[in-house]
Design a protein around this ligand. Sequence first.
Ligand SMILES: Cc1cc2nc3c(=O)[nH]c(=O)nc-3n(C[C@H](O)[C@H](O)[C@H](O)COP(=O)(O)O)c2cc1C
Length: 344
Amino acid sequence: MFLKKNKKGIWKKALGKTQGKGLCVIAPMADVTDNAFREILAKYSTPDLLYTEFVSADGLAHPTGRKRLLRDLEYTKKQRSTSPVIAQIFSGKPDNIRQGAALVQRLGFDGVDINTGCPSRTINKQVCGAELIKKENRELARKLIQAVKEGAPKLDVAVKTRLGWNEIDISWIQFLLEQDVDMLTIHLRTRKEMSKVPAHWELMTEIREMRDRISPHTLLLGNGDINTKEEAYAKISKYGIDGVMIGRGIFKNPLLFDADRVPSVKERYMLLKEHITLFEANFGPTKRNMKEFGKRIKSFYLMKKFLKVYVNGFPGAKEVRNELMQIHEPKELLDNITATLKDI
Ligand SMILES: Cc1cc2nc3c(=O)[nH]c(=O)nc-3n(C[C@H](O)[C@H](O)[C@H](O)COP(=O)(O)O)c2cc1C
């Protein structure tokens, strides 16, 4: 872990570095933006801000759960030196999220984000994620945000949310803007809409005007359905916002943050090989993992899901992918890719 002095205002600095273009940020994605994939992004694509996966602050407060979750809060020097790295946490308990935020600060992250948008029933049952959008939970939401600020006084504090629970609820956005946070990211869909309908970008102007009125210093990011950097900059300039967050777009082009550069076939295989190697070094049956947990800590299946990202966009890709999906051993998959690379 690399402990460096945390400073408030680091995101505004990152915005300044974009020379007026606005922030293009990788969205937090569970089992996607882990230490391995963040390394690939930092090395080859460089989003303006990097995000961890969401991490349970209740789990971090738990004596046994903590050890495993701390692994989700690892990052490398490379990541921190290319972009600020933000840890996303969630909890429905102010004491736990305060402790979680304090830990995030101690670990040296460049900010902390509170998840108030996750639609998963399991998470919502714990009065976490999108459950906090409900009007009856507003006081709790206020306390949670306050607790994070108390826990991590040296860090920038962000909230990521959705537009509403069943219906669009602008009063929720207004409420969040009144909480004086450093950044607010809005996934422009309700919880009910999941990711099934187009994001409501038509509401972005109204929300930006509200931000200008209520909390002009809060950075405002929009999120939903952006697949290219070109689209990202078009949205930023059309709505006058500070940036956008991109999630699933990265599955279509892992290098999109590098000015939409499309990787060659050779590059795709090289990226895949490096990603598998990083994945295994972090989550495979390493000495460290075997000593601490007695097993690998992430299923190799989660890595294989990335085959669709890399083995894609060239003739015959689907057939090759189907073949590679049948390989269950990391070493065998790596050998196969090495052999393919010799022929390219
Ligand atoms: C696989 C996956 C995992 C996700 N995990 C998280 C998460 O941990 N925290 C979070 O705030 N949002 C999470 N999201 C939501 C994304 O951050 C983003 O808001 C959503 O995908 C919409 O953006 P997009 O249309 O650019 O994909 C996840 C989305 C996907 C597809």
